[in-house]
Design a protein. Structure first.
Length: 371
């Protein structure tokens, strides 16, 4: 997943709105952005210098995030390590792998410092197709010796690469990994209307992946989701006849409440908060989604397997509040949730902040809850 330094457009749009019609128009635009499946690369960072094992970037909030990150530009991906210096207006980080960008290169921080597939991590894998109601969705199958399968689900606008960070840890545990795509992903069938449905239909494609795993002999199934991937999984747990086959879950920066997320996105874009219900109402009409079904704190899914929930405190894309609320409510819901709150971590950046600690938490959790 790529992190954008400029979180939105429309700065100051809310100032001086002249009428209901304009508000509805902006709500329609906001809804269209939400449902748009097109991917438009943005490179907001600038390389000032690189060489001798370091790279210097313009000082921005994202450029200074701690930990291990990818640095992506139009024709390259490098691996950056920790910040080593912050001279005025600059951020200097170690450059630990990949090509060296030229000064002046426009780039973006990438949560995934590996390309293009599991072979980048030395893992053997197969390209397979998961049969869904819309047609086959491509997936990476990373076989292992055990009969536990981990199905990994990326977030909105993301890609299978999101899972590359954790595949070594999953593989070391002896679990087979199935890294899936769903409708509107690259190589996957489009939805009939060409729009995201925010988990309301995508869950059917992940259900097909669960069926694929069970048909292949999986005895236990773990679902692992980032961001909207968690919303997709939550819908599966509520609606799928295969939900009881899910033994455990890992949720990273999970989207547990669409309304709360859209309010935060409105703040990011400096839109008035009263536009959020307008946009949600318009979105409901356009794709038929019931947003109440995507408030997992107030309406938890019918099936609630043991869950590791990881969320960063400075997540500007998906608010940490619903994760805190769900963890607090879990005992009363009969839901075993292990909550790890990561200080000063951005959206889905918990692995990046401390790869060893993150992978250790995943290994410990899965070892304890799987039979």
């Amino acid at each position: 997943m790529v992190l954008l330094a400029r979180v939105g457009t429309g700065v100051g749009i809310g100032a001086g709105l002249g009428g209901v019609g304009l508000g509805v128009g902006i709500g329609w635009f906001y809804s269209s952005v939400l449902l748009d499946t097109r991917r438009r690369p943005v490179y907001p960072e600038r390389v000032l210098a690189a060489g001798n094992g370091t790279v210097t970037l313009d000082a921005t909030r994202l450029a200074a995030l701690p930990g291990t990150w990818g640095l992506r530009w139009t024709d390259g991906l490098a691996v950056m390590g920790p910040v080593v210096a912050t001279p005025r207006g600059e951020v200097v980080r170690t450059l630990v792998g990949g090509p060296t960008p030229r000064p002046g290169t426009a780039a973006v921080l990438d949560t995934v410092p590996y390309d293009p597939d599991p072979s980048a991590l030395g893992l053997d894998f197969l390209d397979v197709g998961v049969d869904t109601p819309l047609g086959p969705c491509p997936a990476w199958l990373v076989p292992a010796s055990g009969d536990t399968w981990v199905i990994l689900v990326h977030g909105r606008g993301g890609a299978r690469r999101e899972a590359l960070r954790v595949l070594p840890a999953v593989h070391e545990l002896g679990h087979t990994a199935l890294v899936v795509t769903y409708r509107n992903d690259d190589g996957a069938p489009p939805s009939p209307d060409g729009r995201y449905h925010l988990g309301d239909t995508e869950w059917v494609d992940v259900e097909a992946a669960v069926r694929y795993a069970l048909d292949a002999g999986a005895r236990q199934v773990v679902l692992y989701g980032w961001s909207m991937g968690a919303a997709i999984i939550g819908a599966l747990l509520e609606r799928s006849e295969l939900a009881t086959a899910v033994t455990a879950m890992v949720w990273d920066a999970p989207l547990l409440d669409w309304r709360a997320t859209l309010r935060q996105q409105a703040r990011n874009r400096r839109l008035p908060l009263w536009l959020t219900p307008v946009a949600t109402s318009i979105t409901s009409r356009r794709i038929g989604i019931e947003f109440d079904r995507f408030d997992l704190v107030r309406r938890p899914p019918a099936v609630r397997p043991p869950t590791l929930l990881v969320h960063g405190t400075i997540d500007t894309a998906v608010p940490v509040g619903p994760s805190r609320d769900l963890a607090a409510a879990a005992p009363a819901l009969g839901w075993q949730i292990r909550f790890i709150e990561m200080p000063d971590v951005e959206h889905t950046g918990a692995w990046n902040a401390d790869p060893a600690a993150y992978e250790g938490a995943v290994r410990t959790f899965l070892t304890e809850v799987l039979r």
